[in-house]
Every structure is written in structure tokens, then in C-alpha cells.
Design a protein around this ligand. Structure first.
Ligand code: ATP
Length: 520
């Protein structure tokens, strides 16, 4: 797993990376700030070591669609640019229950969005302050949340990178609201999944590119297909050479329009609900994972159309396969992060809680290891981390939104969510462009080329045969005409000789007559 500890000289755009609609932002963010001095304080010894290693992340590449369309330069050696995991915190508004129960109490957090800081109240007079990449208040619209949390990741997926958007937080704090809302009655409520697909479909060309999705649930260390519920024990396959993670057993549905994607999400939700009812559990106890595979062919680099450009079809260039960029977007709605001791679980619920705990703590351990640049990152400890291996801290661009509630009753959970987000901010990714030659499409193109050549050959053969036939017919005509002319000529000659002969006979007869009369 490649992590970057120095340099920070990323290519593709230059400048310090910031969310698109935010100000340029330097990363002192993996730190708790002293409330009074606002000086960064270390969280623990590990943060010391990591902060030594921490460098400012450079731009993750062109962010606008226009720039993206123009950035199709040849990159045969997949270049890597570093990019830190971006972490946004989102506060859910008080719900009805909290409005009544906590009426006399201040919220446990105070947000300072313009400073991108959050204050976690310890008591009435003291608070810890934390910096995040983005601080989203209870008034933040779904559109804004999409723009700051997800759009940069979606854009990099369209550029051929892997990207991950995760929501982490206690049950009921708005993870599903943030990621999974379909927004059918109220389009303004559309969540990150729906908005991501809108942007993807708006940017790809369905003639040359393809978009396909898998939708899964990870429950008690077993991966279930939300698009095909009978398929409930999917295995994870890791490519030892590239490190790519795939789920060959999962349904992969090609998406051609937004409506069919929304239908698919709805179907997934129905299956998720049914599966969880059968298992006597709640959806919040499983992780929901949406995988979107975007495969794009790179225009302007496809040398295969040389014949169309007026060049010779057999030029060497036509043997260069077209380039495809493959991006994978993984959107993970993590299970509720509450601790076992607090949930007071027993029996099956305890096992379930342990399983969630196992996967979330494995995720936490991987985050710690990545943040500390450890040689070993324990990805293999859980299915969740195995699944995210190529999407988190590795070769992917990652955005994490941590969701919190305002209630002082859940201060402990809120604090632990904040700590999780703080650690994730230290994870440096080494982003890799996933670009490869498309040999299959080259073979297809060569087949088409061959068919064209065969047709052309057949056409020329036929034209040649037609020409031979035409010439033979013409020769035949000429021969017949010559024959006719010759016969005419012979006839004329014959008539002439016959006439001359008759004339000579007549002359001789006349002469003979004259001699006979003289002799008499
Ligand atoms: N930002 C928000 N604005 C308005 N309502 C919200 C917001 N976030 C969450 N809610 C509401 O809070 C409730 C819980 O949200 P949600 O189900 O998304 O939480 P969750 O974190 O996904 O929970 P679980 O872990 O149980 O799945 C829902 O009724 C949701 O509509």
C-alpha cells in the first residue's frame, strides 16, 4: 500500500487542494486546537509521528468538467499524485425528541463553519476545538453537502481514479440521509448516491463509455447482493499484481439513465429491508455499499480511425489500441458506530454489535496504520477493510463525512466520531490513474478493419471480373464485326472477280466470233 510521507509535489493542476467551493485550505487539520491559544495540540504520540510526516497535499487534478475534458494527455506509466483523505463533519438538526428532552441544554457541539472548526463542549466553560476540511451545519443543504463532500471524488472517478465516499457516525445521525436519500418527492433532498450518478451520466458518452453498478450489504462478515438477494455470500477477490479489489459474484447492472438507477437503488433498499427483517435486525446494523464502475474511452487518442482521417488504413498507428480509463466510485453507508457497552446488547444483538465493532475498529486500525505510515496496514482483519483496500488510503481519492447529533446525552459517541474523523484526516493517499490499453476493443476494431478489407477485396475482384467479361464481350463483338467485314470484303472481291471473269469470257467470245467471221 503506497502512502506518501513527503514531497507533496502532485501533478495535475498544482496548488493546494481544496473543496471546489471552499477557499484554498492548508492542512493543519489533523489536530485538536487549544480553545484559548488556537495552537495545534497533538492528539497522541501517534499523531506526533504522523504530523512530522505530514505534508500539505497538492491538487488532486483538474476539477472542472472543461478542464477534465481537456486533460487527455498520454499517461502510459500510471502517474500517482498524493491526496489526503478529506473529512467533513455534518451536524444533524435536533429531532423532535431532542427538542423536548434537551430543551434546557445547549448542544454538545458548536460549529464555526467559516473557520472550518468544531467545538466539542466539555462543560459550560470549556471546549475542545477541532479543525476539519469542511464543517457542515444543521442548515447545510443536500446540494452543498454533495458539492463539498462528493463532487471532487466523482470528478476524479470520471478522470479514471478510484474514489470513495464514506459516512461514519452514530445511528440516527444522518448517514443514510446524507448518502442514500432518493429525493423523489422533494428533489432538493437527493442524497450523494443519486447526485453522483447524475453528474456521472451527464459527463459520459453512452456510445463509447459505460457505467455499471453493484449494490451490496455487508452484515456479520457476509456480503449480500442487494440486487439479487439469493446471492448472499459473495467473495472478495484481490488482484495480487495490481491490488485491485473485485466482487466477481456480485450483480453488475449497466446504467443508461438516471431513472433506472433510482429504481435500482429503490429495489436495493427493498431487498435490504426484506433481508434485515428476515435476519431480525435493522438496516443500521449493516454496511451498505454502492459500487459504480465507470469505463471511458479516451477520445483524440484513438489512432484506429486513421483511414477515416484519410491516412492509409494499414498504418502502424492503427495497431495502437484505444486507451480506456477505469474509475470506481465506492459509496459506503457504514453501520452505526455506537459502542457495545452503551447499546446494552445481548445474544444475537451482541454478536451483531461485535461484528460491527470488529469491522469499524478494523477500519479505525487501518486508518491509524495509514496515518502513521506503518509498514503493515491490517486490511485483512475484516471484510469491510478488505473491500475498501483499493479505495481507502491506497490508490483512491477518499472523502469521509462524519455525522453527529447535537444531543449532550451522546457526547461520548460524538467525541469518538470526531476522533475517528481526525485520525482519517491524516491518511495520505497515493492516487493512481487507472488507465490501460483496450486490447479487446483493438481486436474488435481490427475485425471490423479486416471485414472492410475483405469486402473491398471482394468488390475489386468483382470489378476485375466484370471488366474481363466486358473486354471479352467487346473483343467478341469486334471479332464478329471483323469477321462480318472480312466476309463482306471477300464477297465484294468474289463478285468483282466473277464479274471480271465474265467480262473476260465475254471478250474472248467476242474475239472468237470476230475470228470466225474473218475466216469465213
Ligand atoms: N441533515 C438532516 N436534516 C434533516 N433531517 C435529518 C438530517 N440528517 C438526518 N435526518 C433525519 O434523522 C433521522 C435519522 O437519519 P438517518 O436514518 O439518515 O441516520 P443514520 O445515521 O443513517 O442511521 P442508521 O445508522 O440507523 O442507519 C431520519 O429521520 C432523517 O430524516
Amino acid at each position: 500500500m503506497a502512502t506518501s510521507s513527503g514531497g507533496g509535489s502532485g501533478s495535475g493542476g498544482g496548488g493546494t487542494y481544496s473543496y471546489r467551493n471552499g477557499a484554498t485550505h492548508s492542512h493543519k487539520s489533523s489536530s485538536k486546537l487549544d480553545t484559548h491559544t488556537h495552537k495545534p495540540l497533538s492528539l497522541n504520540s501517534s499523531s506526533n509521528s504522523s504530523s512530522k510526516n505530514h505534508v500539505k497535499s497538492k491538487s488532486l487534478g483538474p476539477s472542472s468538467t472543461t478542464q477534465r475534458r481537456n486533460s487527455t494527455t498520454s499517461k502510459d506509466h500510471h502517474p500517482s499524485v498524493p491526496g489526503r483523505v478529506r473529512v467533513a463533519v455534518r451536524l444533524r438538526p435536533r429531532n423532535a425528541e431532542e427538542s423536548v428532552a434537551d430543551a434546557d441544554f445547549a448542544d454538545c457541539v458548536e460549529l464555526q463553519p467559516e473557520l472550518k472548526r468544531l467545538k466539542l463542549r466539555k462543560n459550560n466553560w470549556d471546549a475542545d476545538t477541532y479543525a476539519f476540511d469542511e464543517v457542515l451545519t444543521e442548515f447545510a443543504s443536500q446540494k452543498r453537502v454533495y458539492e463539498v463532500v462528493a463532487r471532487p471524488v466523482v470528478e476524479s472517478v470520471l478522470d479514471g481514479y478510484n474514489g470513495t465516499i464514506m459516512a461514519y457516525g452514530q445511528t440516527g445521525t444522518g448517514k443514510t440521509y446524507t448518502l442514500g436519500r432518493l429525493g423523489e418527492e422533494d428533489t432538493a433532498a437527493r442524497g450523494i448516491m443519486v447526485r453522483s450518478m447524475e453528474d456521472i451520466l451527464a459527463d459520459v458518452s453512452l456510445e463509447t463509455d459505460s457505467v455499471s453498478v453493484s449494490y451490496l450489504q455487508l452484515y456479520m462478515e457476509s456480503i449480500q447482493d442487494l440486487l439479487d438477494p439469493a446471492n448472499d455470500n459473495i467473495t472478495i477477490v484481490e488482484d495480487p499484481r495490481t491490488g485491485d479489489v473485485s466482487l466477481p459474484g456480485a450483480s453488475l447492472v449497466e446504467i443508461r439513465d438516471q431513472q433506472s438507477f433510482v429504481e435500482l437503488l429503490r429495489l436495493g433498499e427493498v431487498h435490504r429491508f426484506a433481508a434485515n427483517t428476515k435476519l431480525n435486525t435493522e438496516s443500521s446494523r449493516s454496511h451498505a455499499i454502492l459500487m459504480v464502475h465507470v469505463r471511458r474511452s479516451i477520445k483524440g487518442r484513438d489512432a484506429g480511425h486513421s483511414s477515416e482521417n484519410g491516412n492509409h488504413p494499414h498504418s502502424v498507428k492503427s495497431l495502437k489500441p484505444p486507451v480506456v480509463r477505469k474509475g470506481k466510485l465506492v459509496v459506503v453507508d457504514l453501520a452505526g458506530s455506537e459502542r457495545i457497552d452503551k447499546s446494552g446488547s445481548e445474544g444475537h444483538t451482541l454478536e451483531e454489535a461485535k461484528s460491527i465493532n470488529l469491522s469499524l475498529s478494523a477500519l479505525g486500525k487501518c486508518i491509524n496504520a495509514l496515518a502513521e505510515n506503518s509498514a503493515h496496514v491490517p486490511f485483512r482483519d475484516s471484510k469491510l477493510t478488505r473491500l475498501l483496500r483499493d479505495s481507502f488510503g491506497g490508490t483512491a481519492r477518499t472523502s469521509l463525512v462524519i455525522t453527529i447529533g447535537p444531543s449532550p446525552k451522546h457526547r461520548g459517541e460524538t467525541a469518538s466520531t470526531i476522533m475517528f474523523g481526525q485520525r482519517a484526516m491524516k491518511v495520505e493517499n497515493m492516487v493512481k490513474l487507472k488507465e490501460e490499453f483496450d486490447y479487446k476493443s483493438l481486436a474488435r476494431r481490427l475485425d471490423v478493419e479486416l471485414d472492410k478489407l475483405i469486402m473491398e477485396h471482394e468488390r475489386q475482384q468483382k470489378a476485375f471480373e466484370d471488366e474481363i467479361e466486358r473486354m471479352a464481350t467487346e473483343a467478341q463483338h469486334r471479332l464478329s464485326e471483323a469477321e462480318r467485314n472480312y466476309i463482306d470484303l471477300l464477297e465484294k472481291e468474289k463478285s468483282k472477280y466473277e464479274k471480271d471473269y465474265m467480262d473476260s469470257i465475254r471478250k474472248l467470245e467476242d474475239q472468237l466470233d470476230m475470228c470466225s467471221s474473218c475466216r469465213l
